[in-house]
Design a protein around this ligand. Structure first.
Ligand code: ADP
Ligand code: NA
Length: 330
């Protein structure tokens, strides 16, 4: 029996993934490959909705692809490809934009959040229509499930509405997808500011573990993590956010439960505990970093692999686009 189809996209908007992306997204996608026929797209068309540097973007696309492969996305089993290599995305986006209400698009909260600072006048139209491109991404692959964080749920709801509307107006063309909300237990917080989630947009680098950091630097960042003065090692998000975050990181990198770990480490002091967390994170990330650097050392081979995967993606996407064009009388 064919496995259900899964689609997920990631923006090439930083050079290195951070530990939050690794635990909160990549580790989960890796595991999902066993149960789904997965398409993982590096969404460079989404990345250009904000000002970007072409040379940097091109490097970030390769670096992201290398990190995904090194982290366990198997490009022979799952389809790992670059969005702009498949022309159907932009074409279907146009078709869908003609059945999207202006009011409906205006209700997308992420656009409002992203333009809260700079104002909507300064934003590109592409940033505004971003969710319609995301709908095209998902629908092109007859996707059944879309693993997303909470912040993307509204966009998947829009995708469901658009696919149902299109099918009703023009005849059954698209599969209506369902969102699968990613495990919020896998949320990682900033080591220096454990009230905020670890994010590439944090003000300083000290609280962020980058997958491409050298192991010694990673260990130092973890040993310098903010904790508290109480001394006990137990999970308590409100009173002990720093220690709780470290327990979550240790649990995700060792596969052991938080209860089990707090029972083992309570009473040993923060120094020994942090060393154990640092060792576990380095043991997990160092081989991924090395494999990433190996892959990046041969960009021609990486490009060849991405081109082959784009061909596989285009075969599926072009067939769906053709159905949509025909259904609309084009
Ligand atoms: P950032 O917040 O650094 O900008 P993105 O928004 O690009 O990261 O997120 C990419 C993926 O990583 C998403 O699936 C998101 O849910 C996940 N993710 C991002 N930050 C974290 C975090 N701190 N903990 C767990 N998962 C995260
Ligand atoms: Na984000």
């Amino acid at each position: 029996m064919a496995l259900p189809r899964l689609y997920s996209g990631m923006q090439p908007s930083s050079g290195s993934l951070h530990l939050g992306n690794y635990i909160g997204a990549l580790q989960q996608w890796r595991a999902m490959q066993d149960d789904y026929d997965a398409f993982f797209s590096i969404v460079d068309l989404h990345a250009i909705t904000v000002p970007q540097d072409p040379a940097v973007l091109r490097e970030q696309v390769r670096t992201l692809a290398a990190q995904y492969i090194a982290g366990g996305i198997d490009p022979d089993r799952s389809c790992l490809y670059v969005q702009s290599h498949v022309g159907a995305h932009a074409q279907l986006q146009w078709l869908l934009s003609t059945i999207t209400g202006f009011g409906e698009a205006s209700r997308m909260t992420q656009f409002k959040d992203k333009t809260a600072k700079g104002g909507q006048e300064a934003a590109s139209v592409g940033l505004f229509t971003y969710p319609i491109l995301m709908a095209a991404d998902i629908l092109l692959y007859d996707t059944q499930v879309v693993p997303v964080g909470d912040d993307q749920k509204q966009h998947v709801e829009l995708t469901r509405d658009l696919s149902e509307r299109f099918n009703k107006r023009f005849g059954k063309t698209f599969t209506v997808p369902k969102p699968v909300i990613l495990d919020s237990g896998a949320r990682i917080y900033d080591l220096q500011n454990p009230a905020s989630k670890m994010s590439k947009s944090a003000e300083t680098d000290k609280g962020i573990v980058w997958l491409l950091d050298e192991p010694a630097r990673t260990a130092k960042k973890i040993r310098s993590a903010v904790t508290d003065t109480e001394g006990s090692i137990r999970a308590d998000k409100a009173e002990k956010p720093g220690v709780t975050n470290l327990l979550g990181i240790l649990s995700a990198t060792t596969g052991r439960s938080v209860d089990d770990l707090s029972a083992e480490f309570d009473g040993q002091g923060y120094g020994a505990f942090k060393t154990a967390v640092a060792d576990a994170v380095v043991a997990e990330l160092a081989p991924v970093r090395e494999r990433t650097l190996e892959l990046l050392a041969d960009p021609a081979e990486l490009d060849r692999l991405l081109a082959a995967n784009a061909d596989r993606a285009a075969e599926v996407a072009d067939a769906t686009l053709r159905r949509a064009l025909e259904a609309m009388g084009l």
